[in-house]
Design a protein around this ligand. Structure first.
Ligand SMILES: O=C(O)c1[nH]c(=O)[nH]c(=O)c1Cl
Length: 309
């Protein structure tokens, strides 16, 4: 079996990659992803200026997953664009993802105009779902603002673009969100970001410093919500808008379920943070074993074919 996939006009040797924020802060980490079994990588979400992020401790692993309130620490847009342009010379046949978001609407447009005018040939992931910047809402929970933002963006942005979404929890919200996304030539949507503003306690204390311990939840806790978001949008979106499945992937079986729900690419966050890039080899082999046992040659043989009772 092969776990290769395609998104838009891009082909990838493997349908696994990191989730933005994990193992993608600088050239050192991104190089490790390039040299791993991952099919591609996405950068840490970049902002116009570098950001130190929230006070530490701001990330904590638990038995069932993780909680984080990083606060968008990153080396700034130019650092990541420079590296991505260098990779276009050293790895001309590979396509990478550039995650970004502005701290204001004006900044978001400034960033995307810089990408549009640059020689960047990869895919842009606009992060509409960071839950950890105090005072800043998760943009994609405001569908009116999201529609206006996308309408303005697509008036000038002509390169491949997808959006990173927070989890939705109401069927009506799936309907309303899909109605908005279907209006635009999106290359993909990525479901889901961490479940925002959870609380993890050890003994009598929170485990992270920012926001009195409130942070985004990842890992085993979130797979049912992640699968539901992947499948809800798979059922509702134009087939031209691919779906990246993120959330709760620890094994090949978890990845199989994301693809069964409609995902064309699977991102790994918490498990990558805990295990390192070798996780890509393990999970890829586990998925290939499952496919071989079931007689599936490619992921298209079962993608989206979730059975109902
Ligand atoms: O705190 C963060 O940096 C962060 N953490 C997340 O769990 N998701 C995001 O999109 C971001 Cl931007």
């Amino acid at each position: 079996a092969t776990t290769k996939t395609s998104i838009g006009n891009f082909d990838f040797e493997n349908c696994f990659m990191n989730a933005a924020g994990v193992y993608c802060y600088d050239r050192n980490e991104l190089e490790q992803l390039i040299n791993s079994q991952a099919g591609t990588f996405v950068t840490k979400t970049a902002t116009l200026q570098p950001r130190p992020g929230n006070p530490e401790p701001r990330y904590h692993d638990t038995a069932l997953g993780s909680i984080n309130s990083m606060g968008l620490p990153n080396l700034g847009f130019d650092y990541y664009l420079d590296y991505l342009l260098e990779l276009q010379k050293t790895h001309p046949h590979r396509t990478f993802f550039f995650s970004l978001v502005g701290m204001s609407t004006e900044d978001t447009h400034a960033l995307l105009k810089k990408v549009q005018e640059s020689d960047f040939k990869g895919i842009t992931e606009l992060n509409l779902s960071c839950p950890n910047v105090p005072g800043k809402p998760q943009i994609a929970y405001d569908l009116e603002t999201t529609e206006k933002l996308l309408a303005d963006i697509f008036s000038y942005f002509k390169k491949p673009l997808g959006v990173k979404l927070p989890p939705y929890f109401d069927i009506v919200h799936f309907d309303q969100a899909a109605t908005v996304f279907n209006k635009f030539p999106l290359t993909f949507i990525n479901c889901i970001n961490s479940i925002g503003n959870g609380l993890v306690i050890e003994d009598e204390s929170v485990v992270i410093k920012p926001k009195n311990g409130f942070g985004g939840i990842g890992g085993e806790y979130i797979k049912p919500t992640a699968l539901a978001n992947v499948h809800a949008f798979y059922q509702r979106l134009n087939p031209s808008i691919k779906i990246i499945g993120t959330g709760g992937v620890l094994t090949g079986q978890d990845a199989f379920e994301h693809i069964l729900c409609g995902a064309s690419m699977v991102q790994i966050g918490t498990t990558l943070h805990k295990e390192g890039p070798v996780a890509f080899e393990r999970i890829t082999n586990e998925l290939k074993d499952i496919m071989d046992k079931k007689g599936y040659k490619t992921i298209e043989d079962f993608r989206g074919k979730l059975k109902y009772l």
